[in-house]
Design a protein around this ligand. Sequence first.
Ligand SMILES: [Zn+2]
Length: 306
Amino acid sequence: MRWQQGRRSRNVVDQRGGGRSGRGRVAGRGGSKVGGLMTVGIVIAGLVFGFNPMKLINMTGGLGGAGGGFGSGGALAPSSGGVQYDASASKDDEAGQFVASVLGYTEDTWTELFRQYGAKYQPPKLVMFEGAVRSACGTQSSAAGPFYCPGDKQVYIDTAFFRELQNMGAPGDFAMAYVIGHEVAHHIQNLEGTSMTVQRRQRQVSKVDANRLSVLTELQADCYAGVWAHHTQKRTQFLEEGDLAEGLNAAAQIGDDVLLKKAGHTPHESMYTHGSSKERQQWFTEGLRNGKIENCNTFRQAGVRL
Ligand SMILES: [Zn+2]
């Protein structure tokens, strides 16, 4: 990947090292958001990575219950603190530079795609953290992997995860870019209103059906990640030989069947929350191949009306 040539996004927030203070502090988000958060409910749209699939499955199962996650008052403050990441002052910080570059690519490509539909793209912020982080979706540890929180419209990534990805058999910079592209895709789903519709529906159906809705949401995010890569490639030729293989391999390594097997379980479709390796590859490829958002309607394909 020729990520070094990309412009650096200004929407990266650095909360590594417990949130450094200093200039450019990101303003805390106030109470006005809380009402919205309550309605949005809680969902962690993570990419699911191998650390503890069962925990993630249970977490998703929790969507079927009432409320889940928020304190009784629901006034959990979204993450505050951390500083706006100044890429120009952190030349040696490769992880930060990489994240800021890939996020920049998502901003430019989705801005253009939204414009074609007559809409204005509002990019998410991306919080880099270490260990654990407080979000509008609750406090999350790194073990859950990168995630997007619809309640505060932020992507959260512990940059140490990139090493984990390698350990999971998914090396390569484009594997990491796919992860970021997938999380940003959840932001697109949030802007579209899909996230909220799915969450509402999940509260009304059985756990197995809720899992199936989760899978369709995740596969759509994989497809959107492919759409993003397709258009970014067209615009910037940021891919090098072997990159696509890295991305497809990553999609396979984080398939539910692979993760469940690694965790010593016998994979069964009813347990899936993100899709099998094959499905994840298929949908990522679908987006990559033709770059059409309309072709990413995993729900329609499955006969699910939202
Ligand atoms: Zn996801």
